[in-house]
Write a protein that binds this ligand. Structure first.
Ligand code: ZN
Length: 473
């Protein structure tokens, strides 16, 4: 009799602690009404992925599913018991999150990179502590890595959203890749020698540690930071907390319990402030704030579908990146829904606080907790876009040249005067004699003429007359 009672009590004890798991659902867009519903409610939903006018994949609880079905929307169950499913992929794993890194394992990995590649990887340093007192670690990849030299700077960061494990992996694997290929691959060697690559793998350590606590074998679905909102809910979405155009009700929420809760004021969160202070103290020209998931390459503006004045350059850069991975490029509102308070609107928009930063967000892959087999392929499809951006970080700080297209001319006797305005980045002077006019006649070899100049940034040179009937470029 006693034994049976004990058994019953134990069953009760287990039930009391059982936590309802999430379900991944697909919300199908069949009509304009469906799309309108998403646009109006994106801030209240936990949207994981989607494509405008096709579908949205949403992290939901049983109540949410019933409510959406009750409103008549077409809902498909993609994955019930999401956390258990995610964790089940790591049964043969080497430790807690399988092949993926917990917060302490990330710290250990970054320390090991320093040990393996001390000539190009700095000691880790903290950009500040989270609200719960955990360090937000950063490391620098460059020649003379422990010195902040005057080289073009680029920032890669990840895990503003705690559950996006592959984003953090991308960052530490990038550090490892640069270290391993330095000295053997001439392109990587040159980039590391001439740029400073800053890497912050886990921007939201409290959220990551919370997932470790609730789901020690992986699959934790916590997204926000761990601020106590004082109403029984926790967390602010750090990627809705940046001050530029903060506070809209589309793609960001004013309700503390929501997954996209933007906080009480612009930049209210200590983690956001650390990022802003760090960025304002540097000269980044590019920031890649990595997220998962959706196979997307996003750029500003997020708060509106209007273009930035640099749309042509953003579009070109995104096009270069997606050439390697086939991701869908665009502004958030073009492919998903408008989002305000995100990283890249502040990166690009807050030009009164720092120089112009071309901010991007790659949304890697198709899962918050991908299988172990996916880790390397996801990295492989994103390493060339990363290397492209590292290259561009330097190109954007180089000389800008403006000149009028040369007219067609029949004059093959006197040649043609070529004029160009040249300007160093940030108004820096051009080294006199460094300007060269390159020209080619009729498919011949490239000729170089030193340009004269440059009063007021104007440089000139004479393109000699081509022989009659030849083409030139
Ligand atoms: Zn995210």
């Amino acid at each position: 009799m006693r034994l049976i009672l004990t058994a019953i009590l134990m069953v009760f004890a287990v039930s009391a602690f059982a936590v309802e798991e999430h379900t991944m659902i697909r919300f199908h867009i069949d009509t304009a009404i469906d799309q309108d519903y998403i646009d109006e409610n994106a801030g209240r939903l936990d949207i994981a992925d989607g494509r405008r006018e096709q579908y949205y994949d949403i992290v939901a609880m049983e109540d949410d599913i019933e409510a959406l079905q009750g409103l008549g929307f077409r809902i498909e169950i993609l994955q019930p018991q999401l956390e258990s499913f995610y964790a089940s992929q790591y049964t043969n794993s080497r430790s807690n999150f399988g092949i993926y890194h917990t917060y302490p394992e990330m710290v250990e990995f970054v320390d090991s990179l320093r040990m393996r590649f001390p000539e190009v990887i700095s000691e880790k340093f903290s950009i500040g502590q989270s609200i719960n007192g955990n360090e937000i670690w950063c490391f620098r990849v460059s020649d003379n890595p422990d010195v902040d030299e005057d080289e073009p700077e680029i920032l890669f960061d990840a895990m503003h959203h705690a559950r996006e494990i592959m984003a953090g992996e991308m960052c530490i694997m990038l550090g490892e890749y640069l270290g391993e290929n330095y000295g053997s691959d001439p392109e990587i060697t040159n980039l590391v020698d001439t740029r400073e690559v800053y890497i912050i793998p886990m921007g939201n350590p409290d959220g990551v540690l919370y997932n470790e606590q609730t789901n020690p074998t992986g699959g934790g679905m916590w997204r926000k930071n761990r601020r106590n909102n004082g109403d029984g809910t926790y967390g602010v979405d750090l990627n809705r907390n940046y001050p530029y155009e903060w506070g809209c009700d589309y793609g960001s929420s004013g309700y503390p319990g929501d997954e996209t809760y933007r906080g009480t004021s612009p930049g209210s969160e200590i983690e956001t402030q650390h990022f802003m202070n760090f960025i304002n103290a540097h000269n980044f020209t590019i920031r890649q704030s990595v997220h998962t998931y959706g196979d997307l390459t996003l750029y500003p503006w997020g708060y509106t579908t209007a273009n930035t004045p640099d749309e042509a350059l953003f579009r070109e850069m995104a096009a270069q990146m997606v050439m390697y991975n086939g991701y869908t490029p665009g502004q958030p509102g073009d492919v998903l829904y408008d989002v305000c308070g995100g990283t890249f609107d502040w990166d690009y928009g807050a030009q009164d606080e720092h120089g112009k930063i071309y901010g991007f967000t790659n949304e890697i892959g198709s899962s918050f907790w991908p299988s172990e087999a996916n880790r390397q392929p996801y990295f492989d499809e994103n390493i060339w876009p990363a290397i492209y951006l590292i290259g561009m970080a330097g190109n954007l700080t180089n000389v800008t040249i403006e000149h009028d297209q040369l007219p067609f001319t029949a004059d093959y006797v006197y040649g043609y005067d070529v004029e160009a305005m040249a300007q160093g980045y940030g108004g820096a002077d051009i080294v006199v004699g460094s300007g060269k006019l390159n020209y080619r006649v009729g498919g011949g070899s490239l000729n170089k003429v030193t340009m004269r100049g440059g009063g007021g940034g104007m440089y000139t040179a004479r393109h000699p007359g081509p022989t009659q009937g030849s083409g030139g470029e």
